[in-house]
Write a protein that binds this ligand. Structure first.
Ligand code: UDP
Length: 408
C-alpha cells in the first residue's frame, strides 16, 4: 500500500485543500472505518482502496480494509451479477442466489466486526448487511458500477439488501435509483502521486517500451483494461486494423486479471485470436502491481482508447487524461463525466466512430495535445484522491449528524 505523506499533495491541489482534510478528519477521530470488497488486486475498487486507506490513516482516521473470501463458483455468480447490473440479459436460478447468500453468510460469520462504519463496496459482499441486525453500527453501500439499466431480477434481489443500509453511494447521477434510503453521488478518483500516475523519467518509459518490444519511434495507441467483453478489446482491434490502412501505428492492449473476474482467460483468448500474428499488435498480460509499466505505456501513447460498451467510472480514462493524453472512449457509464466531446477528449459510440477520430488525432498532434491539456485540467479539479477523501469524510460525518438526504 502507498506510503506517501498527505502533505505531498499540497503542491498539486493547494495547501488549503490538505489543511481542510485534517480539520474534517479530526471530527471522525475515534471512529473506525471498515472497508470491505471482493479483491485485493485488479480493477478500479482495489486500485482506489490501496491508495486511500493509508491516506485516511495519515489524517488520523482509523480506516481498514477486508476482502471477502469466495471460490470460483461464487465469483462466476458475482460476475454474472455484475453483467446483469450492466443490463446483460442473464437469469439466475434460486440455487445461484442461495449460494451467493451462503458465501456472504460464511464471510459474515468469519469477519471481525470492528468498524463503527462498515463500508461495503459493490455487490459481491452486499449480503454482509445481514449482520446489522445483530451488531448495529452504520452501514454504507458503495456502488462502483453503472446501475442505470439492471435486469429486473437482479435489481429486485439487490434492492432487498441495499435498502437495509444507512446510505448508498453512486459514482454518477445517472446511476442512482429510487431508493428508500439516502443516496449520495461521489465520483471516484486517481492518486496523482502513485506509481501509476506520477511523472516518469524518459529513460523509464523507453525501457518499458523496450521490454515489451514496442517501437518508440512509431505512434502507439493503447487501451489498458482487464480482459473483459464490456471493455470491447476485440472492437479495439477491429478499429485499429482499419486505421492502420491509413496511418502507421502500433496497438497495445494491456491488462491483467482480477481475482474476482473468472471470465478474463476466455476474453484474452478471443483477443489473441483477433490479433492473429500482426507484429504491431501487442497483447500484454500484466501481472498485478505493474503500475510503472501501465504509467509508461500511457505516457508513451499518442492516443489512449477506452472503448468500453459499459463502464462504471473508467479510472483508466482519468489516468490517461491526467497524463495529458488525448482519449477516445465509449460514451458510457462515468466516461461522459470525464470527457466533454471534442473539448477534453472524444466520445464514441461505434467502431467506425473510433476509427474516424483515431485517424484524426493521429494525423493532427496539435489538436490531440489541446484535448489532452483540457483533460488534465478537468481531472485536476474533479477526480483527484483529495476530493474523493473529502467527500467520504463528509458522508461519514453525515451518518451521525443528519437523517436527511445528503447532497455533496
Ligand atoms: N489496471 C491494472 N492492471 C491491469 C488492468 C487495469 O492495474 O492489468 C488498473 C487500471 O490502471 C485502473 C483500474 O485497474 O486503475 C481499472 O479501473 P477501471 O475503472 O478503468 O475499470 P474496472 O476494471 O474497475 O472495470
Amino acid at each position: 500500500m502507498s506510503q506517501r505523506n498527505i502533505k505531498e499533495y499540497s503542491p498539486i491541489v493547494g495547501e488549503s485543500v490538505v489543511e481542510e482534510l485534517f480539520l474534517l478528519a479530526d471530527k471522525l477521530r475515534g471512529k473506525v472505518i471498515q472497508n470491505v470488497n471482493s479483491t485485493a488486486v485488479g480493477g478500479g475498487v482495489a486500485e482506489i482502496l490501496a491508495h486511500m486507506v493509508p491516506l485516511f490513516k495519515q489524517l488520523g482516521v482509523d480506516a481498514r480494509w477486508d476482502v471477502i473470501k469466495g471460490n470460483e463458483k461464487f465469483f462466476l455468480i458475482t460476475k454474472k451479477i455484475h453483467n446483469a447490473l450492466h443490463g446483460v440479459d442473464v437469469t439466475f436460478s434460486d440455487e445461484e442466489f442461495d449460494f451467493f447468500k451462503q458465501v456472504n453468510a460464511e464471510n459474515a460469520a468469519d469477519m471481525a466486526s470492528y468498524g463503527d462504519i462498515v463500508f461495503i463496496h459493490d455487490s459481491q459482499p452486499i449480503g454482509l448487511i445481514e449482520k446489522k441486525k445483530d451488531i448495529g453500527k452504520k452501514w454504507v453501500w458503495r456502488c462502483h458500477i453503472d446501475f442505470t439499466n439492471p435486469t429486473a431480477q437482479i435489481e429486485a434481489f439487490l434492492r432487498d439488501y441495499i435498502e437495509r443500509y444507512d446510505s448508498a453511494v453512486f459514482s454518477a447521477q445517472s446511476f442512482s435509483r429510487q431508493l428508500s434510503i439516502p443516496q449520495v453521488l461521489i465520483a471516484p478518483s486517481i492518486d496523482p502521486l502513485s506509481d501509476k500516475n506520477r511523472d516518469l523519467p524518459e529513460e523509464t518509459i523507453t525501457s518499458v517500451l523496450e521490454s515489451f518490444n514496442i517501437d518508440p519511434q512509431r505512434q502507439i495507441v493503447t487501451q489498458i483494461s482487464r480482459f473483459d467483453y464490456l471493455k470491447d478489446p476485440v472492437g479495439v482491434i477491429k478499429a485499429y486494423l482499419k486505421v492502420k490502412q491509413y496511418v502507421d501505428c502500433q496497438l497495445v492492449l494491456a491488462g491483467g486479471g482480477a481475482t474476482d473476474d473468472p471470465e478474463g482467460a476466455k476474453v484474452l483468448e478471443d483477443v489473441r485470436n483477433a490479433a492473429a500474428d500482426d507484429p504491431d499488435i501487442h497483447v500484454l498480460l500484466l501481472p498485478a502491481g505493474s503500475d510503472i509499466e501501465i504509467n509508461a505505456l500511457q505516457r508513451a501513447s499518442s492516443v489512449v482508447l477506452q472503448k468500453s460498451l459499459k463502464e462504471g467510472f473508467g479510472l483508466t480514462v482519468a489516468e490517461a487524461l491526467w497524463k495529458s493524453k488525448p482519449v477516445i472512449a465509449g460514451a458510457v457509464g462515468g466516461i461522459p463525466q470525464q470527457i466533454t466531446h471534442k473539448y477534453s477528449g472524444i466520445l464514441t459510440y461505434s467502431i467506425d466512430g473510433t476509427v474516424y477520430y483515431l485517424k484524426q488525432l493521429l494525423n493532427d498532434p496539435d489538436y490531440a495535445k489541446r484535448l489532452g491539456a483540457n483533460g488534465r485540467e478537468h481531472v485536476k479539479h474533479n477526480f483527484l484522491i483529495t476530493r474523493h477523501i473529502r467527500d467520504y469524510i463528509l458522508l461519514f460525518l453525515s451518518l451521525y449528524y443528519s437523517e436527511d438526504v445528503v447532497q455533496l
